[in-house]
Each structure stands twice: as C-alpha cells, then as structure tokens.
Ligand binder design. Structure first.
Ligand code: GLN
Ligand code: ZN
Length: 561
C-alpha cells in the first residue's frame, strides 16, 4: 500500500541564502517535522542546487529530499562531498521538466551510478513539475518522425522514468533494447549544423560587441538628425489585432487567399495605422505589426534552424498559453524578415518610422532551446541573424530600429551569484552585437516588460541602446528611483499608462505620471509612450488613450519650455 505523505515545495532554497535564512528554515521545519507523526514528508527543491543549506536539509527529519540534477549545477557534487543519509529517500530529478528533448540514458545512468555510491534509496523523478512542457507528443501529427523521435512531452517523460527504472533493474542495463535504442539516437548525427554560422560565431571579436561612436557622441548626432521635440511621443509597436487582421492571417494559412491578397491587406492596415498616428500627432511612428502572430514565432518562421509544433502549448503567465517554437539547429537568417513592410510604411510618411524586431535573448528565452550547444552559442547565432536584419533595414532607409527584449530577464538564474557568469555575460553581448554595426545617425530603441528591472538596471544601460521603453506603470514607477540612483544614461520612456487594462487614461493622469518622471529623469532624456504594445487592445480605447497621451506631452512641453 502506498504510504501517505506530504510534499513541501521549497524552490526558494536554490537561491543565495543568508545565514539567517538557513536558521529560519531549520527552525520552521524542525517544528513542522516534530508534528508529523507517522506521515512521511518530502522536501522538494528544483530549478537549481541547494548549496547553501544542503547540510541543514539533510540533517532534518525529512523522509525524502528532492534535488534537481538537471539545473542544479552542484547537486551531484554536494551528494558526493557530503553523502546522503541512509534513512532518507533521494528523489533524483534526472529528467528535464522544462525542455522537450529526449533524455540521454547514458548520461543519466552515469549520474545515477554516482548517486548509488552514496544513497541507498533513490526515486527517479523529473527535475521540476511538468507544467513547463506540453502534454503529449501524440497530438503532433504533422511533425515528421525524423524530428519527433528526438522529443518527449510530459506524458512521454513519465515513460522515460519507467524505462530508466527498467534499465536499472536489468542484469545488463547497457544491453537492454531501450538503452541501445536511446544510445543509438544520441550517436546519430541530427543534420542540424551550419558550419558557416559556427565559423561566424567563433570569429566574433571584442570589437563586434562595441558600437562606436560612444553614446554621448551619438546623442548629439541623433539630436540633429531627428530634430524631435522635447518629450517625443511614440508607441511600443503593435496596434490592435482586430478580428479582421486575425481572419486575414488564418485565411492565408489555410490557403483561402493568395500571398498577394494577404500582403495587400496588411499594407492597407499599415496605411490606415500610419494615417491614424499622424492624425493623433505622434512623433515617431510604428507600422502596427499586423503581419505578426506573436513576437517570436513570426521571426522563427523567417529563420533557418527553427521548427514548429502544432499543439505544443504550455502555460505562461497564469491563464495565458504560448506555443514556443523549437530551436532545432544552427540559426541563420533565411530571408529579410521585416524589411518590405517597414520600407512600405516609411514610404508613405515623412516622420520617422521605427523598424521593429525582436531581440536574440527574447527569441531564445521564448523558444525550446537546444541541449547540445550552450545558450550563449545559440543566442549569438540568433544575434547574428538579427544583426543582418538591422543592417538591412538601415540600408533600406529605416533610421530608427527597435529591438524588443521583452523577455530579457526570463532566464536570469534564481541564484544571484550566478547571474553574471551564467547569463548576463552572454545575454548583454548578444544584444550589443545586434546593433554595433549601425551608423551613428541610426537610433536604436529597445523595449522591456514583464519584470522588475531595478536590480539589473546597470546591465540594461550597458546594452548601449539609444532609447529604452519600459513597462513601468504597474510597478507604480518605482523604477524611476533606480534610474536616477544609477545615473541611467540611455534615453528612457517608462510607460505612462497600463495597456493591460481597457481603461482610458485621462490627460491629467498622464501629465501627473510625466511630472513624477521629471523629478528623476532629465527632460531631454524622457520619451512618452504606453507601457507595452497595443495588440491586445481594441481601437475604441486605443485611439482616445493615444490622443490623451499626445495632448499630455504637448502640455508638459509647453510647461517646460
Ligand atoms: N513590439 C511589440 C509590440 O508592440 C512588443 C511586445 C511586448 O513587449 N511584449 O507588441
Ligand atoms: Zn512590452
């Protein structure tokens, strides 16, 4: 009969802990465990290793302890160095709960072999909950077997655990059919490499990550080039994706309309959007992003090296779902991705039109990444592809280019002491390489949202964009203090209203937000914009909101001149 018990999830333990944290943890759990009676208690950790409290955790009266051997860089070393109590069960997270690639049984058996030297009782487990992966591969009817054989979703991951168990209980594990088949798959070439791209990444030099002239000089040159008013107004890019915009895309996908019909419709929407922005009086325009389903899949479709699933949805941000594309191989730009629409949009208006791209870190963070090369290598490959697009836009007369890094923070490690070495040391350069080749006159914007930025504000400045727009309105503009304290150099547009609500902000309310910003941000650095793209909003609220935004900027301009 199964033993009854409780599982306590404590992923917090994989962060950098202070001595006080550890004392508190011990005190709390000593009390909890003193009341457990006959019930078993499992302490489950994941998303990293528990190097700051391994001794304390293994000394407490837990019946089981769950450790992550996929993301936990030091988990195995901790067990080897300190042993594991023989009265406890080790729940060994050896099957990746976050990614969709098949488990390499050879590698996993090596880990288990090491663990068995120190632990008498091992339960095989996934490294974290299966919330982060799609449900089952069975529904992927269109993906060819040559790809599918490399993937496992939630249901198949459970089968992997069972297979591993069977292999381990066999007399000759490495001679079992499942082991032999798995090993053969990992020995086979996956037909996914592009030696040109690999050579380009290896040939990158320090200078490829440095944009010249330096920021202060560009600032002067761009001020003459664009001659924008104080407090320039702009949007983050997308305009409402109305039912007709979505219908146009699905008609094209299902073959009901031709490519020319599809493109003509998008151009017509761009023309309407440009006319609307001109009427409202915005200073820097956007084409509206009507051709995009989302900000990663669209680019993935234009890049070689990506593949797509049909139904591999995963939960994101509470109730929302996303279908991340899969990085299958080395990435390169198959064709210009945004040039035609941007050039068309600029051709119908004199005011500057922003080219609109998604940055390499966000593209990678919202994809299922490869496991056979590093995230850094992959980010640099995507960075080179986006760099080509940036230079192509510039060569075609686009003078302001926005490279969105909405999900920049998403893969920042939970453990702060790993931030730099494991993430920022490649993520920041991946962005810098995208724009280091443009002329001084070309203005580079970026946009970030979905997170707190205060603690990486210096790193964000170090991305060396000319202008950054933030989602800030929901955090009550706390970011302003961080900007001021860190002497933030980049020109900045902290969103003046929350686009996630259908509420229309009034002129006075926007002016109040701007005045609050002006207490901390020099006037000549401040941009005025909503806090994110408008694609999820309707026209009914978007138009008056933007009218109010422009009116507020005008009034603040008059008051500050
Ligand atoms: N440019 C994108 C848009 O306006 C940015 C989206 C985002 O930040 N999530 O929709
Ligand atoms: Zn945003």
């Amino acid at each position: 009969m199964a033993q009854s018990g409780y599982q306590f999830d404590e992923p917090y333990l994989v962060r950098d802990l202070t001595a006080d944290d550890t004392v508190l943890f011990t005190r709390l759990y000593r009390q909890i465990l003193s009341a457990k009676g006959n019930v078993s208690v499992l302490l489950q950790t994941y998303f990293g290793d528990i190097r700051d409290c391994y001794i304390e955790v293994t000394s407490l009266a837990f019946d089981g302890v769950g450790l992550d051997f996929v993301e936990g860089k030091q988990s195995l070393a901790l067990v080897k160095a300190n042993g594991f109590p023989s009265d406890k069960i080790l729940f060994a997270g050896v099957v990746n709960g976050k990614n969709i690639w098949r488990n390499s049984y050879a590698k996993t058996l090596d880990i288990i072999g090491e663990l068995q030297k120190h632990c008498d009782n091992i339960v095989l487990n996934t490294s974290c909950s299966l919330l982060h992966v799609p449900y089952t591969l069975k529904n992927e009817t269109k993906l060819a077997d040559e790809y599918k054989k490399y993937f496992v979703f939630a249901e198949e991951k459970l089968a992997e655990l069972a297979e591993l168990k069977n292999i381990l209980s066999a007399d000759k594990p490495m001679e079992t059919d499942v082991y032999v088949r798995n090993a053969a798959l990992f020995n086979e070439s996956r037909n996914c490499s592009n030696s040109d791209i690999q050579a380009k990444v290896s040939a990158l030099l320090d200078k490829d990550f440095i944009r010249l002239p330096v920021f202060a000089e560009r600032e002067k040159i761009q001020s003459k080039e664009f001659n924008l008013p104080l407090f320039p107004t702009t949007t983050i890019g997308s305009f409402p994706q109305t039912a007709e915009v979505k219908a146009n895309r699905s008609s094209f996908k299902s073959g009901k309309i031709t490519e020319a019909q599809y493109t003509d419709f998008n151009k017509q929407k761009i023309a309407e959007c440009v006319a609307l922005q001109e009427k409202i009086g915005l200073d820097v325009l956007a084409h509206g992003e009507f051709e995009r389903n989302d900000m990663v899949e669209y680019f993935g479709e234009c890049l070689d090296g990506y593949i797509f699933t049909e139904k591999a949805w995963v939960q994101s941000y509470g109730t929302r779902c996303v279908k991340p594309p899969v990085v299958w191989g080395d990435i390169s730009r198959a064709k210009p991705m945004t040039v035609a629409y941007s050039v068309y949009a600029q051709s119908i208006i004199k005011k500057p039109m922003k080219g609109m791209l998604t940055g390499p870190v966000t593209i990678l963070n919202w994809s299922f990444p490869r496991e056979d090369i590093s995230l850094k290598e992959c980010a640099y490959q995507i960075g080179l592809a986006i760099r080509e697009e940036v230079l192509d836009l510039e060569a075609n007369g686009i003078k302001i280019i926005q490279v969105d890094e909405a999900a920049f923070r998403e893969k920042l490690p939970l453990r702060k002491s790993d931030w730099r070495s494991d993430y920022l040391d490649w993520a920041i350069p991946a962005f810098r390489m995208v724009h280091s080749g443009v002329k001084a006159e070309t203005q580079i914007h970026t946009h970030m949202c979905y997170s707190e930025f205060n603690d990486i504000i210096r790193d964000i400045d170090n991305m060396d964009a000319d202008v950054i727009t933030f989602e800030a309105s929901r955090s009550d503009l706390t970011i302003l203090t961080a900007l001021e304290e860190n002497n933030f150099r980049t020109h900045v547009g902290p969103g003046v209203y929350d686009i996630h609500s259908s509420r229309i902000p009034g002129v006075e309310e926007i002016k109040a937000a701007l005045n609050k910003m002006l207490e901390k941000i020099p006037a000549e650095k401040l941009w005025v914009n909503p806090d994110c793209g408008l694609k999820t909003r309707g026209n009914a609220e978007t138009v008056p909101s933007l009218e109010h935004l422009v009116q507020a900027a005008k009034e603040i301009r008059n008051e500050n001149c």
